[in-house]
Design a protein around this ligand. Sequence first.
Ligand code: NDP
Length: 389
Amino acid sequence: MSKEAKKDATRTMVHYNDPSELPFPDKSACVLVEVSHSGLNYKDGLVLTGSPGVAKKFPLVPGIDFAGKVVEDSSGRFSKGESVILTGHYAGQWMDGGYCDLARAKPEWLVPLPEFLTERESMIIGTAGFTAMQCVMHLERYGGLTRGEKGPVLVTGAAGGVGSVAVAILNRLGYHVVASTGRAALKDYLKKLGAKEVIGRLEKSKPLNKEVYAGVVDCVGGSTLAAALASTKYGCAVAACGLAESSGFQATVMPFILRGVKLLGVDSVQASMEERKAVWESLRLCLPRDLLDDLVEVYGLDDLVGNLGEKIIKGETRGRCIIDMSLGKATQIPVDMLVNHPEPSSVSLSSVAVSSKGSAASPKVVSKVDNPSSVLMSNPLSASPLSRL
Ligand code: NDP
């Protein structure tokens, strides 16, 4: 990430009357959703701070996750008022995302809200929780991890979003969870989620270390991933989903060829609809709902204009952060006032947009009412392979 990119990125609260006024629409996004909650993921932090490579272009409205009610759907797939969720496709990267009152989405990206969850709860889980469940499913399907296993299962980056949910799921499934964190002060938090042991971050390791872990969920990559591979038991696996430390890692093939250790890559973005439904069903069975409130920190759009993006990139947020769209608003606007309103200029929606000096024209700001609606981001740097992250 270049320093220049960071300096250039600006976040603005944008007030608008119609989603077509937002800066980065997609014509095939034909479902209009009244957003009640959105999530903050590491990737959102990268977009909010103007990092190159994750967003296709700036300006845009970030937000890779959101939950809300369908206002209209010209594809006919969803009915008006139906609750839907979107996690980790390319919203907030390749088109405007969920940091706004009214968002557009592609019908094939939306999942009907699972009946065991509220919209708020679905965002506490969000892409991070979804990915945590995928990691556990990968370890059990392909990594030889079986329920009843006595050996410890390691979670790195444990106090972050993916890590926290992974700790809770693994404990619920009866595993002995070892949580690795750089924040010793969060020991009690991790114990409450179900960690049996809380350790510091993994030190750089020799190619093969003592065989300790029957499985690993790795959220951080870099030397941590190499050290986790070196300490994984014969025939067991590491599920790698993140890069909070680094996207690169230096390791040897020793764990693979001498111990049959498996490295399982986990991607949530391109998961099929079938897999998505299976993951949400597993979350119903495996994630204790009574822990959701312990996992969450709640923010409003204003906080996104502030330094929330920087905080998640620096590893300073705890568990899952969600954006409650009602926060900071004097009154909720009824949906029917937002759509087909006889005098649209008398109401205004809000979003947060990200942009920069070098990006295309700044979004039009229509500030009629003190009722913010979206956060906009822009940055001059073009897309890179990371934008597929
Ligand atoms: P968070 O920022 O919430 O958590 C990341 C955690 O990693 C931090 O809380 C911190 O945990 C740890 N960490 C941060 N910096 C470092 C460092 N330099 N060295 C070691 N550990 C560090 O992010 P998420 O949980 O939302 O996401 C985690 C990772 O997973 C990200 O890289 C994200 O891009 C990726 N991801 C991938 C997905 C996929 O589909 N593959 C989907 C979702 C996320 P602690 O304080 O406990 O040490």
